[in-house]
Design a protein around this ligand. Structure first.
Ligand code: SF4
Length: 306
């Protein structure tokens, strides 16, 4: 057996920044400290902060007036910021700067009176945050081609769109193509808003699929980009499954495989992947672990004042 590690995987710059913000705030001010939604979609990271006393809330009204709170990397709707101000909360925004770019694009379209189509998953925190920047009368969320066909917008009306940052580029270009067909005046600000980390991780999984019999994706089930990695492999007819930690590893699935690919979502600590590799090495006879350095090592986002 040989193991191939994806050349781009693990923490992206937005996740690393959000986690460092919580670490620094915790160190400087201690508890009580609240985080609005999971800081990033990873069980290990969230449980680690919970064990240090950090409280995660899904409703800003559950936070005591005047308390300290951090907004998650996925971004929040402006109404949450407004409520935080009313409650005199000390808030620090850990929204990924790439998500903030999408917020600005959505806000601009909406302010111009343009219908705004949000391409993404309705229930995902990022889309919930972004939709708050759009006038509800101009807002349309689409997840698939059928949703686009059913949009209640006249074809001669101006329509713009933005996308969730963690989608599949291939699926998204199909949806944008259908939007272009339906709305000849479609406003294209950028072909899509899928971030560099999502793109790089999906490209890396495609590379793994050229040589591997099976691809393990490490990531939590509510992590959008991790799920897209699993689907990327499956669409190439390579068996793939998602695991949150080494405890979910099913050795039976690996027993007859010769080349195991391993990748991880943008919110997964590298220690989890190392542990998975080590457990597989202890269980099977592994000839070689192939690994290349990441091309993202130098990407760092500006840090907010704490
Ligand atoms: S996955 Fe992309 S958009 Fe999301 S936090 Fe990471 S860099 Fe930012």
């Amino acid at each position: 057996m040989e193991i191939y590690l994806a050349h781009a995987q693990g923490f992206c710059a937005g996740v690393a920044r959000a986690i460092e913000i919580v670490d620094k705030v915790l160190k400087k001010y201690g508890i009580p400290l609240f985080v609005f939604h999971e800081i990033v979609h990873n069980t290990f990271v969230v449980e680690g902060f919970k064990s240090q006393g950090v409280q995660f809330v899904d409703d800003i009204n559950d936070v005591p007036d005047g308390a300290r709170i951090i907004f998650s990397a996925h971004g929040v709707e402006p109404s949450v910021v407004a409520r935080a101000k009313e409650k005199k909360l000390h808030f620090i925004d850990a929204t990924c700067p790439l998500v903030e770019t999408v917020h600005r694009q959505a806000l601009k379209l909406s302010a111009e009176g343009t219908n705004v189509v949000l391409i993404g998953h309705r229930e995902h925190q990022e889309i919930i945050g972004t939709k708050g920047y759009v006038d509800p009368k101009l807002l349309h969320i689409v997840e698939n081609l059928e949703d686009i066909d059913n949009l209640p917008i006249d074809t001669d009306k101006g329509v713009g769109y933005v996308t969730q940052t963690t989608l599949s580029p291939d699926d998204t270009s199909l949806l944008v193509g259908r939007l272009k067909e339906r709305f000849p005046k479609l406003i294209v600000q950028r072909s899509n808003d899928i971030c560099y980390a999502t793109q790089n991780r999906q490209d890396a999984v495609k590379e793994l699929c050229k040589v591997c019999d099976i691809v393990i994706i490490c990531g939590s089930s509510n992590s959008s980009n991790s799920n897209r990695l699993k689907e990327t492999a499956q669409k190439l007819d390579v068996e793939s499954f998602l695991i949150d930690s080494v405890d979910d590893l099913d050795m039976q699935k690996l027993s007859k495989k010769e080349r195991i690919g391993i990748s991880s979502g943008a919110s997964v600590p590298s220690s989890i992947v190392f542990k998975i590799v080590s457990v597989i090495q202890n269980y099977f006879s592994v000839k070689k672990v192939h690994s290349e350095s990441t091309p993202e090592a130098k990407i760092v986002f500006v840090f907010p004042e704490i």
